[in-house]
Design a protein around this ligand. Structure first.
Ligand code: ASP
Length: 357
């Protein structure tokens, strides 16, 4: 009898714990599904190159970003707001190649790109080559919200965005030693012998790649999908070079009828394959699964051209997918059924691993 009693108490405890873990069981929530997935860049991200403290720091930032976006969705907020909020956290962290901590171009300057798309209306906003707006993803959303245009670049974009009231910062705000030294290392120079004319020589783009671009995709309780991406681009990129991240259809795409996607990797290849839209089209015109569509684009289209990178995706059912052809990709997701995962390195069985609250 005693045994039976403790078994029953145990069972009740498990059920109530599960209910706390699952936000859809909360009385104030609707029963609708919602989910968010983020990335912090793909590349040669291998466990042995990171100290335990560094791994923890990346995980913590990803977790904060996920939880920030998730909370908005949990409170009935919309997917665009969740994507924006999740990306702002990563832009404000010097760990990632977006906002503070963006990589340097061949002129020793930082030029940032970002985009955001609403999968319900197909409204989109993007900015390219800016370096005075503290949070480029907010700039992209402001283009979406407040202008008739989709993509604004450079000085013109900054003048308008300042007028709209966005927070501006001096370009020195974005500086970090780590990124500056990465450029110096690539150029085979140290800081003290910095010679701007030498930056103009030809260098291979792919080998220069440094990971850290950030992106998010979310589906809210109304089934609306949004996607966004923000980046400093690629170390040693030419002044004026624009990658895939602000290009709707290449780095970012969202359509409620198919999926939302954010890409990271060598942008030229994602532009040439119109990667994010291509995945969406596969879902639209074939019966292929999101997993297969991602594999087709990453491994059969981007890789043969020499491109490397990864993509995160939420499909029209709110299910989360990702894939990449690099050693690792900073990534994580959280769903209203209580599933949550953060991973940094090579692929493991999916979904897997750390449950976060
Ligand atoms: N896709 C970005 C670009 O080409 C870089 C990256 O994702 O790491 O600008």
């Amino acid at each position: 009898m005693k045994k039976r009693c403790s078994l029953l108490i145990g069972l009740i405890l498990i059920i109530s714990c599960n209910q706390q873990d699952n936000p859809t069981n909360n009385n104030t929530q609707t029963a609708s599904k919602f989910s968010i997935v983020i990335h912090g860049g793909a590349g040669g991200i291998v466990s042995k190159n990171f100290s335990e403290a560094q791994k923890e720091a990346y995980k913590q930032q990803l977790e904060t970003s996920l939880n920030t976006g998730y909370k908005i969705l949990e409170n009935g907020g919309n997917a665009i707001d969740a994507v924006q909020a999740a990306i702002v956290i990563l832009e404000n962290s010097p760990l990632f190649n977006a906002g503070k901590g963006a990589v340097f171009n061949s002129e020793g300057a930082q030029e940032m790109d970002a985009s955001i798309m609403n999968g319900n209306t197909l409204n989109s906003g993007a900015v390219a080559g800016i370096n005075h707006v503290k949070n480029p993803i907010l700039a992209a959303n402001m283009v979406l919200d407040s202008s008739k245009h989709v993509l604004l670049s450079g000085k013109g974009a900054e003048i308008l965005l300042e007028k709209y009231g966005l927070q501006m910062v001096p370009s020195s705000y974005f500086y970090t030693d780590k990124r500056f030294n990465q450029l110096q290392k690539l150029l085979g120079k140290d800081k003290t012998t910095l010679d701007h004319t030498a930056f103009r020589e030809e260098r291979p783009l792919i080998d220069d790649h440094k990971y850290g671009t950030v992106g998010a995709v979310a589906m809210d309780i109304n089934g609306n999908i949004a996607a966004g991406t923000s980046t400093g681009g690629m170390t040693n990129k030419k002044h004026g070079r624009i990658g895939d991240s602000p290009i709707i259809g290449a780095g970012t795409y969202a359509n409620n009828t198919t999926c939302g996607i954010s890409s990271t990797g060598t942008g030229e290849y994602f532009i040439r394959t119109v990667a994010a839209h291509e995945v969406s089209s596969i879902l639209k015109y074939t019966k292929d699964s999101p997993k297969k569509a991602l594999q087709e684009v990453i491994f059969n289209q981007i890789a043969p051209l020499g491109g490397k990178g990864g993509m995160i995706l939420i499909d029209k059912n709110g299910d989360v997918f990702w894939d990449f052809n690099t050693r690792g990709m900073f990534r994580g997701y959280k769903k209203s059924n209580g599933e949550a995962v953060i991973e940094l390195f090579e692929k493991t069985a999916f979904p897997k691993n750390k449950i976060i609250k």
